[in-house]
Write a protein that binds this ligand. Structure first.
Ligand SMILES: [Zn+2]
Ligand SMILES: [Zn+2]
Ligand SMILES: [Zn+2]
Length: 562
């Protein structure tokens, strides 16, 4: 058992883990530079990575080159120049301008942080072809999308998190290959689904939980291949249609009533020890099509992976990756990386066919770089300075030796290198801390609040008419005061059109609060030891023992639902 340097928890490093660390250890000019076993437990490592990730606090800024208004993940206090996507990708600036020599008298992380503070950054983290999608972040290749994060290949989607290959999905958390879904969490290949969670291949239904292959069903839990079911009761087509004709989900009151009813039905449902399907030698939660994948969450199409989170659309030989995949291979301790990238180490943002990057931050189409940031189509650079292959292979080993002495080699960037206050990062969602706790650790906290949107008037959520059709177009010029946080938020035109066309209610909570609400509908990323509610076999599950749900092992569960 190893002891975590940060939280003192014991954690295991297996022989298989050691094989992996050896496998990805870089070889430079024929010599291997071994990556040591981690000194932090898996959770503290994930917390450290997440503390670099500002997903939801976006600010109005101006591009430092063309002066156009742009939305940015970096607030007005950020020291580095902020460029819009077009300017950043242009030759209007010199990627080597902030480049510098390595100083062997100082720690590497300190020098890297300094470099990052002086190198122009893209306002938002986006890739691929974007059409009319200026307000998306950690996203790529989208059309007509607005405020979607961790999203790729989407069209006409708004307020989503973890959206992949979706069309017309609004307000969701992990919607994959789906269309016309609203307020759904963890849905795959679904069409016309509302207020549902953990569903695969379902369509034209609302308020489903843990259903597969269902259509025209309402308020059902744990059904397989059913049609015309209402509260899990089989009705005839006529009976079902009659019941549905009395329901109007564009009424806020009715929508809330059915949402509560679903929660009641869920309490008497039997849940499987984990959520996932088509797995081979794998262990985790919300895994789909994975082989030999351990202790991972929300991953799809992975092979030989461990401690991975939200890695989808393909990946192989990966440890400690947070986001995103799309054929990422042979990589360790990275985040927001992928798209045909290979052998990335301790890197944040290794994008689009990048390879052999170590300790880099936001790179596109680059190879063989060490400690570089915000570069594209570069190779053999160190701290953004250009070297020849021979110079690079001579200098990198010396830097590694220097980092070993300072205890930096084999560690991801320390929290102090992060440009963001801990409270503005995803770490605060999964590992919440108070301001005092954060400051006591010497990490950053950020109290900055951007100004409220300029609007004609602000209306309280409870003053809105109950039904969407009774709400005038004027609402687009107003802001709604969030019923939970009091923060004003605005609707956008295509969003209002979507609610009207689909017969759905106008939201009364801000997009951030809705995101948090959906986040809390999911289980935590933590395993507890429990016994199967039927056969008493030992199981590992994300349902803590004090929760009301009945939890079965996979075998007992399958007997129950099929
Ligand atoms: Zn720990
Ligand atoms: Zn610009
Ligand atoms: Zn059992």
């Amino acid at each position: 058992m190893n002891t975590c340097k940060q939280c003192n928890a014991g954690f295991e490093v297996t022989d298989k883990d050691r094989e992996f660390y050896d496998r990805v250890s870089p070889v430079i000019a024929g010599k291997k530079y071994s990556i040591p076993a981690p000194t932090l437990c898996p959770d503290c490592r994930q917390q450290r990575r997440l503390s670099f990730c500002n997903e939801r606090f976006l600010y109005q800024r101006e591009c430092g080159l063309c002066q156009q208004r742009t939305l940015s993940q970096f607030g007005p206090d950020a020291p580095q120049p902020i460029y819009c996507r077009e300017c950043w990708h242009s030759d209007k600036w010199d990627q080597h301008e902030s480049g510098r020599d390595f100083d062997f008298s100082r720690p590497f992380f300190e020098q890297f942080a300094e470099l990052r503070r002086q190198t122009p950054s893209q306002a938002l983290d986006t890739q691929g072809t974007l059409i009319n999608s200026d307000y998306i972040h950690y996203a790529g290749s989208c059309k007509n999308c607005y405020l979607i994060m961790h999203a790729d290949f989407c069209e006409d989607c708004y307020y989503g998190y973890g959206f992949k290959k979706d069309k017309s999905c609004v307000d969701g958390f992990y919607n994959i290959k789906s269309e016309l879904c609203y307020d759904c969490v963890d849905v795959h290949n679904c069409f016309g689904l509302t207020g549902s969670q953990d569903c695969v291949n379902c369509s034209s239904s609302a308020f489903l939980r843990d259903c597969i292959g269902c259509k025209n069903c309402f308020l059902c839990v744990g059904l397989r291949e059913k049609e015309y079911c209402f509260e899990n009761k089989q009705l005839s087509k006529e009976e079902y249609e009659k019941k549905m004709s009395e329901i109007d989900l564009s009424s806020h009151e009715q929508y809330q009533k059915y949402r509560k009813r679903l929660e009641e039905l869920e309490r008497s449902h039997t849940f499987k020890e984990y959520t996932g399907h088509n797995l081979e030698d794998s262990y985790g939660d919300h895994l789909v099509n994975c082989r030999n994948t351990e202790y991972s969450f929300d991953c799809e199409d992975l092979e030989h992976a461990k401690f991975c989170y939200q890695v989808v659309l393909g990946g192989k030989n990966l440890y400690d990756i947070y986001q995103y995949g799309s054929n990422l291979q042979e990589s360790y301790e990275c985040l927001i990386s992928g798209e045909n990238s290979f052998h990335l180490l301790f890197t944040f943002g290794g994008h689009v066919s990048s390879s052999d990057l170590s300790y880099c931050w936001y790179m596109e189409r680059s190879k063989n770089c060490f400690g570089c940031t915000n570069m594209f189509q570069k190779s053999y650079c160190i701290l953004n300075k250009q070297y020849t292959k021979e110079e690079y292979e001579e200098l990198v080993p010396r830097i590694i030796e220097h980092m070993k002495k300072g205890g930096e080699w084999g560690e991801f960037f320390s929290h102090t290198v992060s440009p963001f206050g801990y409270n503005k990062t995803t770490a605060q969602m999964y590992y919440p801390m108070t301001k005092e706790e954060v400051l006591a650790k010497g990490w950053k906290w950020d109290d900055y609040e951007p100004p409220a949107p300029q609007v004609e008037k602000v209306i309280k959520a409870e003053q809105l008419p109950d039904k969407t059709n009774d709400i005038p177009d004027d609402i687009l010029n107003w802001a709604i005061r969030c019923e939970e946080t009091d923060k004003p938020f605005k609707l956008i035109h295509p969003e209002l059109k979507f609610y009207r066309e689909q017969g759905l209610p106008i939201p009364r909570r801000s997009p951030d609060q809705r995101h948090l609400d959906r986040f809390h509908r999911r289980n935590p990323r933590k395993f507890w030891d429990r016994n199967c509610g039927k056969c008493q076999k030992d199981i590992k599950t994300t349902y803590s023992p004090d929760r009301p749900e009945v939890v079965y092992c996979e075998q007992c569960y399958l007997k129950e639902v099929y």
